[in-house]
Design a protein around this ligand. Structure first.
Ligand code: DX5
Ligand code: ZN
Length: 228
């Protein structure tokens, strides 16, 4: 196991929206590395969440980078608005655009980092040709659309394959995982090669404070060497 520092990106999907500003500040104070914002359009996935207006509202509340996970068909229609709202990174789904290479390049051209996500049922081979265009590869470890779902166990091998794929391409892109990440499986996914963990319901829930939840995740990640 190398000494890379694994990052934690709390997803505000499970936050208390009535006090979103406070919840964002809590995550930052608790040591979050980035904020993960799940934009859903009711088409690519059934739920509708929020869009650029909410990104704009969050922007002045934190100095953390804002990454936008677009579960949206034809995401390219919204890049400008999201950039103007304060997005630092935009992640689009391989399954949601006809022109993945073009769209990933456009995000960078607009001065943001570009990420590509793959659903659990999507092969990594579908994103091989865009690796040089991206700053982040997101392996979904649940089917997208909802927080609080169980981690799909077979994803661990997919994360390892994604790691190998990025390493082989000598890519500096981060490998992120999203869905069902908790303190009890965090070490497993880090050991498989993940650089950044999205955590929604593990961070925002009624059982522990955001501070405590983040501490639990951080200490789980630190145990990664034990799995060696
Ligand atoms: C699901 C979203 C996730 C979600 C994760 O479609 O992409 O970011 O917030 O929630 P948990 O961590 O609860 O699985
Ligand atoms: Zn997400």
């Amino acid at each position: 196991m190398d000494n890379r520092r694994v990052k934690i990106a709390p997803s505000i999907l499970s936050a208390d929206f009535a006090r979103l500003g406070e919840q964002v500040a809590e995550a930052e104070q608790a040591g979050a590395d980035c904020l993960h914002i799940d934009v859903m359009d009711g088409q690519f996935v059934p739920p509708i969440t929020f869009g650029p207006v909410v990104v704009e509202a969050i922007r002045p509340k934190t100095s953390l980078p804002l990454e936008i996970h677009m579960m949206v068909v034809e995401p390219e229609n919204h890049f400008h608005q999201l950039r103007d709202a304060g997005a630092d990174r935009i992640i689009i789904h391989q399954e949601a655009t006809a022109h993945l290479h073009l769209s990933a390049g456009q995000i960078r051209d607009m001065g943001m980092e570009s990420g590509v996500a793959v659903n659990p049922g999507t092969s990594l081979s579908t994103v091989e040709e865009v690796i040089s265009e991206i700053d982040l590869l997101l392996v979904m470890t649940v089917n997208p659309g909802w927080g609080g779902q169980p981690f799909i166990a077979s994803s661990v091998r997919k994360i390892s394959r994604a790691r190998a794929c990025l390493d082989e391409a000598k890519s500096k892109a981060m490998l992120e995982v999203d869905g069902g990440i908790k303190a009890d499986n965090a070490a497993l996914v880090v050991n498989a090669g993940a650089d950044q963990l999205v955590a929604g319901s593990a961070v925002y829930n009624d059982n522990v404070s955001v501070f405590e939840a983040m501490a639990q995740l951080r200490s789980a990640i630190c145990r990664v060497g034990d799995l060696g």
